[in-house]
Write a protein that binds this ligand. Structure first.
Ligand code: SF4
Length: 348
């Protein structure tokens, strides 16, 4: 029977004792705007609309992928979920607890149940600290854990991520990029979190190393019953690891689907264009749509109506005027596009 270290209390509890029905994370109509050019006495002259009305939930043990181009708001979304920044409006619930109702102590306790894996394994590890200190840093708050116990736990974690216990006494510069990311992963699981937000965790690694790190994350998900929110611009990686995928464009989810829908019947033109953008070595397997053109619009001045209309081959007058709602088109599959609300691509 699996046991879990309750990061809040430091008590070891049986996994079965804490099984719950509610989703691990629920996000309701989340909005985050950043002010530009303001001060204490002066109103900002404009706002960066980084996240603009996002809702979804992540079940226990699920890997939820968030994919989109740079600047679509996916990293801001991850920071909001971790409680590192506050939303402008909307609600985040972790394990049924609304962030906005928690006091500082409760919020700290919730934060310990969530961890992050950073994109850059070079800047995310303190070069002056040995691996032992890096990995065990989050454990310092557990007063009754001796140094020897921490060392044993850290050595075990290193073995689980494919490194050796002797590596505890080395500095980050003695490791390759992939090994550093493994150290970052060991640190992220040391408090036995329930949710890990992985922000582009493999994008700075060589392709061969990417596969190793992704496989490691998949294995740890099974070993620790982890849930991931996996943020990436790389569709191949998201497809491989995630159960459910949300596609973001200019701060909003434009398509949300289980993995099997996403790969076979993606419906939003942006998703289809992203899929077309993945290099396909076999010309017979290439799709008929041409990859999208043009750049993402500014999140300061969002286009009217559907924000994708400036790059969409199918845009109509209605698209330019009225924003399409995110509607369910089949069980578990949601799309924000007028094209999918009554008519399909085949009708165009
Ligand atoms: Fe394109 Fe219109 Fe659909 Fe937006 S709503 S993605 S502009 S077809």
């Amino acid at each position: 029977m699996a046991s879990v270290l309750d990061a809040g209390s430091g008590i070891i509890r049986k996994r079965e004792d804490i099984m719950i029905e509610t989703p691990l994370i629920e996000v309701h109509d989340l909005v985050k705007y950043f002010p530009l050019g303001g001060s204490l006495l002066k109103k900002p002259h404009s706002w960066v609309k980084a996240v603009n009305g996002v809702s979804f939930k992540v079940e226990k043990g699920e890997t939820f992928g968030v994919v989109g181009e740079s600047g679509c708001g996916k990293t801001t979304l991850g920071r909001l979920i971790l409680g590192l920044i506050s939303p402008s409006s909307g609600r985040i619930e972790f394990d049924g607890k609304d962030f906005s109702t928690l006091n500082n102590t409760e919020m700290r306790s919730v934060r310990r149940r969530m961890q992050i894996i950073f994109q850059d394994p070079y800047s995310s590890l303190d070069p002056r600290m040995k691996v032992f200190s890096i990995i065990t840093e989050p454990m310092r708050s557990i007063k009754d854990l001796s140094r020897n116990s921490r060392r044993e736990l850290a050595a075990d974690l290193l073995k689980r991520v494919g490194l050796r216990p002797e590596d505890l006494d080395k500095y980050p510069h003695e490791f390759s990029g992939g090994q550093r990311q493994r150290i970052g992963i060991a640190r992220s699981i040391c408090m036995r979190p329930e949710l890990i937000v992985a922000d582009e965790p493999v994008s700075s690694l060589d392709v061969s190393i990417q596969a190793q790190v992704i496989n490691l994350m998949a294995k740890l998900r099974e070993d620790y019953n982890l849930s991931y929110i996996f943020i990436s611009h790389d569709l191949r990686v998201v497809n491989y690891l995630c159960n459910k995928i949300a596609v973001m464009y200019l701060g909003a989810i434009v398509e949300l689907a289980p993995k099997h829908c996403f790969t076979t019947i993606a419906r939003h033109p942006y998703t289809r264009a992203l899929l077309e953008s993945v290099p396909q070595p076999n010309p017979h397997q290439r799709g008929k749509l041409s990859p999208m053109e043009g750049d993402v619009s500014s999140p300061i001045n969002l286009p009217s109506g559907c924000t994708f209309h400036t790059r969409c081959h199918y845009a109509t007058d209605k698209c330019r005027k009225i924003a399409p709602p995110l509607l369910q088109v089949e069980p578990g599959h949601y799309v924000a596009c007028w094209l999918n609300q009554g008519r399909g691509f085949e009708d165009y």
